[in-house]
Design a protein around this ligand. Sequence first.
Ligand SMILES: [Zn+2]
Ligand SMILES: [Zn+2]
Length: 236
Amino acid sequence: MFFCLLCHGLTPPLQDLCHHCAQDMPWNQHCCERCAEPWPDPFEGLCQQCIQEEPHYDQCFAPFLYQFPIDQLILQGKGGKRAELLFSLGRLLAAQLQAQQVTRPDIIVPVPLHPNKQRERGFNQAGVIATLVGRKLGIPVSHNLIIKVREPKQQKSLSRSGRQHNMTRAFRIQRTVLQSLPYPVQHIALLDDVITTGSTLNQLAKQLRSSGVERVDGWALARAAKRNVAMPSSPI
Ligand SMILES: [Zn+2]
Ligand SMILES: [Zn+2]
């Protein structure tokens, strides 16, 4: 028996949402092809920001808007009150990656927390989701390829250039880990729970590329919108 995450009704086998709740989810249906920034209307191509300054990553995939109820599920999951929600969210993301036939990377790397934060929380939500997604899709996951060595200032109050500068030196790529993997890694998917401004992803993609990785994609459950985006109807 499988029960819906939201209404607790019965769902089809191996699914975490019933058909009605899946239809009501805030799907990130119209968005920039590069950074997944949501768009209110049907849209193809790149947003203004990606046209002005090409990101270091190749493509972002975030199936949901960071709105109700997905924002609440993520917050409850990472807050630890309902940590088991992270497993359901990982399955949801894996199902969408499969449904959209997203290009498979050689390896999935979760965006790390600072060790102090991880000790405090007891786990890294992106790491839990990445483990689930890797298992479902049969892709290896590395939890120690990137380490966070410095906690940057709150990003919200900073300008775009200030955010990029703030992120510099926050993360370190462990080249020895990259070199010790038993297979060549040319394509990495960085996984986070939410993409807010895209600055973290951009910085990590820049560092990974300078370590010799050819392609870096960003995978997340949800993408925050700069502007108000109306909830689109479901693609299912
Ligand atoms: Zn339901
Ligand atoms: Zn864009």
